[in-house]
Design a protein around this ligand. Structure first.
Ligand code: M6R
Length: 600
């Protein structure tokens, strides 16, 4: 987690850092800080504090001319979120300043071996890195000291370092945590995410693991050199910037989450235009052939992406007839199941493509030489680059911490792949996806109605979602969304399982939201609804027209049963949104969370 930005160029560096940090705040928002060179007085200034980037912007003075700066927004791993632990951190002599995203696993060993005399001013592992560099400066020049330090670090890092002896250079290094170098004739920007480069780069380069970069100013020219860990120069392949500022704004919506919920019909249409040509799948053949060769699919994911994986399993088994298993990434990494299939395929599903738990699994799977595919929203991400193949979701940047449109994108892509692999096409996917997008538009247009239901009925501290079959998977996702942003304790249950224990929690007024889209099991779920009603539950039923009853609170247009998770999830996202709004929560940046979970 954490976001870092650096700038060296003709423009005011502090402005670029602060607006970059605002865009990276989704990566962590416990504290933030900036370190810059004040050219007017040839001195270095640090501002940092716990809290949000807004505080850093509003409550400090940036009137000085400055062209060199680094900044950080933090999701706390080592040490509490307070002023002392905020980045940047400094070496003992204050010669070196550093910002860091990642976790150094052997920082205690390194401290014991090299830095036992030092009294640190924070609890962070980052202070160890910067002091180690300074330790080696006794014998080595700066670049070699940095490289020597990097060779000793175990864990993950994206680092930006300023040496106060030279205000025309930023040093950067990366291993496992993302770091991009954005290029423009008027300056060079470095950042954890391409979003912070928008407007400041025409091209960019995602740094590779275990590489080191020197960004410098030579007269009026800004240059960069990339090296591997032993100092060999590398020639990076540049990518063109194709994101524009509009794509990362709120476009008039009060919250990113609401904007992203409302974008979902267009996400479905966009994915269709990318990957479906009438009834023909346009996912590249070399990717589809991985699926065709597989005798068993293993899906590995976390959180919302794992819930998409459950729907994917259903699709692969019911439409394509390929046995499929879904694993929680953090469990799979250290408790691998027996892989008995002759030709397994490992599919990693991740919005960000940076989730550390998945990266740990990918490394282990690659060691065993099994084929791997990543389905991700971020084409430049680590998981996209490190798997054998990747499929881009094309949902557009998702900025709210709570994932919505990426989930819809993931499930849509899984449906397209499963359909392509189907021995017999059970329905017209193109036609059904088009109908789905219309049905999505219809419920989104009626979102105020969901807002009213929520303020009447969701007043309890807990809530249960119940459903069967595909609806059960939507219940899991619905409950995660509700607890994540409203802090209401919510659980998703297979409706029939409730009576095996959890029904003990149902009392007068307990909200139970039932999802019904599957005709075959409609009457079973209805029976479960009666069971909770007779124990005093306050029930909200969300159903498709075909299986609805007149008393149901939310009735959605009919879509093909197989695609129902894509529609049923929308009212549940709106329920989460309006509950959080009602409770005055910080919807786009809920407490304790970060958008991309880059620590295990
Ligand atoms: O970027 P990823 O899809 O790999 O992230 C996985 C989870 O951290 C993520 O889905 C998380 O559960 C969301 N915040 C849920 O809204």
């Amino acid at each position: 987690m954490c976001g870092i930005v650096g700038y060296l160029g003709d423009h005011k560096a502090s402005d670029i850092i602060l607006s970059g940090l605002e865009k990276l705040e989704y990566r962590g928002y416990d504290s933030c800080g900036i370190f810059f060179h004040d050219l007017d007085h040839d001195q270095y200034i640090t501002y940092k504090d716990k809290g949000r980037v807004k505080h850093l912007m509003d409550d400090f003075d940036y009137q000085f001319t400055n062209h060199l700066a680094i900044g950080h927004t933090r999701w706390a791993t080592h040490g509490r979120p307070n002023l002392e632990n905020s980045h940047p951190h400094f070496s003992l002599s204050k010669r070196l300043g550093i910002v860091h995203n990642g976790v150094i696993e052997n920082y205690q060993e390194l401290t014991a071996k090299y830095l036992s005399d030092i009294t640190f001013s924070s609890e962070t592992d980052t202070e160890v890195i910067v002091n180690l560099i300074e330790y080696f400066l006794d014998e080595l020049p700066i670049e070699e000291s940095i490289r020597k330090t990097l060779s000793l670090l175990e864990g993950s890092y994206a680092l930006l370092i300023i040496d106060t002896h030279d205000p025309s250079i930023i040093y950067a290094a990366k291993s496992k945590s993302p770091l991009l170098i954005g290029l423009h004739p008027e300056g060079i920007t470095l950042a954890s995410d391409v979003m912070a480069l928008i407007g400041h780069a025409t091209h960019y380069y995602p740094m590779e693991d275990k590489t080191f970069a020197v960004v410098s100013q030579n007269n009026d020219v800004y240059e960069y050199q990339i090296y591997d860990i032993i100092g060999t120069k590398l020639s990076p392949e540049l990518l063109e910037m194709d994101l524009v500022l509009d794509e990362i704004g709120k476009a008039g919506y009060s919250h990113y989450m609401l904007k992203e919920i409302c974008e979902q019909p267009s996400v479905v249409r966009k994915i269709m235009s990318k990957y479906l040509d009438s009834e023909t799948c346009r996912i590249p053949e070399d990717v589809i052939s991985f699926f065709m060769d597989a005798t068993r699919i293993y899906i590995i994911a976390a959180g919302t992406s794992m819930h998409a994986g459950f729907v994917g399993k259903y699709y692969f088994e019911h439409i394509s007839h390929i046995p499929t298993e879904v694993f929680i990434a953090s469990e799979f990494a250290y408790n691998q199941p027996l892989i008995s299939s002759e030709r397994p395929l490992f599919v990693f599903i991740s919005q960000s493509g940076e989730t550390a738990d998945l990266r740990a699994c990918l490394t282990k799977i690659k060691e065993r030489k099994f084929p791997t595919i990543t389905i991700t929203n971020v084409a430049t991400s680590t998981l996209a680059r490190e798997a054998d193949r990747f499929i881009e979701i094309h949902a557009g940047p998702e900025i709210a911490v709570a994932s919505t449109k990426a989930y819809v994108g993931q499930v849509t892509i899984l449906a397209i792949i499963a359909y392509q692999l189907a021995p017999h096409k059970p329905f017209s996917l193109a036609r059904e996806l088009s109908r789905l997008a219309v049905a999505m538009d219809a419920i989104i247009d009626k979102r105020d109605y969901i807002g009213r239901i929520v303020s009447d009925k969701l007043t309890h501290r807990n809530c249960f979602y119940i459903g069967r079959g595909l609806d059960y998977f939507t219940c899991l996702e619905a409950a995660l969304k509700l607890k994540e942003i409203s802090y209401i304790q919510a659980e998703g249950f297979a409706a029939g399982e409730l009576k095996h224990g959890t029904i003990a929690l149902i009392e007068e007024g307990t909200p139970v939201i039932a999802l019904i889209s599957q005709k075959r099991i409609n009457h079973n779920t209805r029976a479960n609804i009666r069971e909770v009603l007779s124990r005093g539950a306050e029930v909200i039923v969300i159903s498709l027209t075909d299986v609805s009853e007149s008393a149901d609170q939310v009735i959605l247009m009919d879509v093909h049963e197989m695609l129902s998770p894509l529609l049923m999830v929308i009212p549940t996202q709106l329920i989460a949104f309006y509950s959080a709004l009602h409770l005055n929560r910080d919807i786009d940046k809920p407490r304790n969370l970060a958008k991309s979970v880059t620590v295990e």
